[in-house]
Each structure stands twice: as structure tokens, then as C-alpha cells.
Design a protein around this ligand. Structure first.
Ligand code: SAM
Length: 253
């Protein structure tokens, strides 16, 4: 269940050919980091079942299938790997709520602006961060994510990247997202006894500074925790005007 893309130097996770070769070998299904059952409280809190959802870098994960079983009505899944997309399209041909398209998250120009209420990313920005020209790829991807979200829409990023390394990308002035952070342990992580009574619920957001600093007294329950960034696209000019350093301009996207 738990695999991490932090070993970037070992595998080229940013390369489409790598993923095609991998999905040829692994024909079943696999969910990186977390299953839907663990993510459900966050998904249900922020994403209504009637939302038009975009799952970026879906791979062969069960996440979208599990969401449909939980009532989600419209999930567009994209991946750069044609092997994964062909496999998933065949598997779910009788499930009209699930659609699959081969697409690069850095160029989703086939979709018009503000096409989706919600975009879910489990491990895909992480993969790009392992590729060549990672900062450029991250900026291209997040610019597209911002463009495709409706005002008030949610980009939910599930990642191994802590705020020090992710906030610098998420907080670029062009997006102006309102960001909440949750931190959850790896599946199967066993708490040392001393934590059980003192730890706060994982369902409470953790305050973060714009530069990605966690509260000074924050203690990681699991040193290899996963991070859930809930990024909300602001709704209108007055919403934006309250935010210092928030500039919406095409040239900085
Ligand atoms: C770490 S896997 C995560 C798969 C799935 N989201 C999950 O949770 O199990 C990353 C996925 O991103 C896809 N990917 C990598 N670069 C991509 C890109 N530029 N555009 C679209 N998908 C990409 C890979 O093919 C792979 O399926």
C-alpha cells in the first residue's frame, strides 16, 4: 500500500515512458499513499457528490471507482500513460460516471476554463517534481489546475511533500488559493502508546504560514506522514482584495 516517490533518483517518475512500462507490468490496481476509505472524510467534507471532478494522474488506482460507489456522479480521469488509460477505460466501460482520457497535466487545453468543481491529485505533482525541469512542470501543472477550477472550486493535493517544499509552489501569487492543511499517518502506521491520548484528531486542519512553517509545537505522529492540501479558488474580486500579495494575471501563471 505505501510507496513513496521520494526516491526520485532511483526511478524517473516524471517520464511517461517509465509509467507506460510500469503499467504494462502491473496490470491490476494500486493506490499510492492512501485508499479512498482513509481520504473519505476529507473528500466528503470539501467535494459534494454532484461535483464535476477531475482526477489528475489517475494511474490504475481504485480511488475513482470507490468514489462512484460512494455516490460521486461525474469523474473525469486523465493520465499521461496511454497504457493506464486504455486499461482503465476497458475496465470501466459500463460505468458512465467514470471517463478516461490520455492527457498531460501540464497542458490540459482540451478542457475550457472553469470546467471543474474539484480536482484531485494523489501523487501526480509529486511525480512531476521528480522529472527534469521540475519547477517549470509544477508551475505549468498548477497554472492549468487553477485555470480549470470554477470559482470556489477545490484542488485537493495528497502528497508526501511537507509544507516547506510544497507551499512555495502552491502559494504563487497567480493562484490566490485559500489553503488548509491536514496531516495523516501512513496506512498501517502504529502509534507509540504515548501518542494515543495527546494527539489531536487528523480531521483538524493544521495552521501553516505562507512560507510553509508548521506551528513550533507541532509534533509528527508518523515521521513519514502524508499531507493533504485543500486549496480553494477564491470566488470574486472582493474575496481576492482581502489577500495581501494576491495578483491575478496571465503573465504570472
Ligand atoms: C504516483 S502515481 C499516482 C497514481 C494514482 N493517482 C494513485 O493515487 O494511485 C502518478 C501518476 O501520475 C501520472 N503522471 C505522471 N506525469 C504525468 C503528467 N505529466 N500528466 C499526467 N499524468 C502524469 C503517472 O502516469 C502515474 O499514473
Amino acid at each position: 500500500m505505501f510507496r513513496d516517490v521520494s526516491s526520485c533518483s532511483t526511478y524517473n517518475y516524471g517520464d511517461a515512458l517509465y509509467w507506460d512500462a510500469r503499467y504494462v507490468q502491473e496490470a491490476g490496481s494500486f493506490d499510492w499513499y492512501q485508499r479512498y476509505s482513509a481520504l473519505r472524510p476529507f473528500v466528503r467534507k470539501y467535494i459534494p457528490t454532484s461535483s464535476r471532478v477531475l482526477m489528475v494522474g489517475c494511474g490504475n488506482a481504485l480511488m475513482s471507482e470507490d468514489m462512484v460507489k460512494d455516490g460521486y456522479e461525474d469523474i473525469m480521469n486523465i493520465d499521461i500513460s496511454s497504457v493506464a488509460i486504455d486499461m482503465m477505460r476497458r475496465k470501466y466501460e459500463d460505468i458512465p460516471q467514470l471517463k478516461y482520457m490520455k492527457m498531460d497535466v501540464r497542458d490540459m487545453s482540451l478542457f475550457p476554463d472553469e470546467s471543474f468543481n474539484s480536482i484531485i491529485d494523489k501523487g501526480t505533482l509529486d511525480s512531476l517534481m521528480c522529472g527534469t525541469e521540475a519547477p517549470v512542470s509544477a508551475t505549468q501543472m498548477l497554472g492549468e489546475v487553477s485555470r480549470l477550477l470554477k470559482p470556489g472550486g477545490i484542488y485537493m493535493l495528497i502528497t508526501y511533500g511537507d509544507p516547506k517544499v510544497r507551499m512555495v509552489h502552491l502559494n504563487r501569487p497567480g493562484y490566490c488559493w485559500k489553503i488548509e492543511l491536514y496531516i495523516i499517518p501512513r496506512p498501517g502506521f502504529e502509534k507509540p502508546g504515548s501518542y494515543s491520548s495527546s494527539m489531536k484528531s487528523h480531521l483538524e486542519p493544521i495552521p501553516i504560514s505562507d512560507s510553509g512553517l508548521l506551528p513550533a509545537d507541532f509534533v509528527f505522529e508518523d515521521p513519514d506522514s502524508h499531507f493533504i492540501y485543500v486549496c480553494k479558488k477564491r470566488t470574486n474580486e472582493s474575496d481576492l482584495s482581502n489577500v495581501p500579495n494576491c495578483r491575478i494575471s496571465a503573465d504570472i501563471l
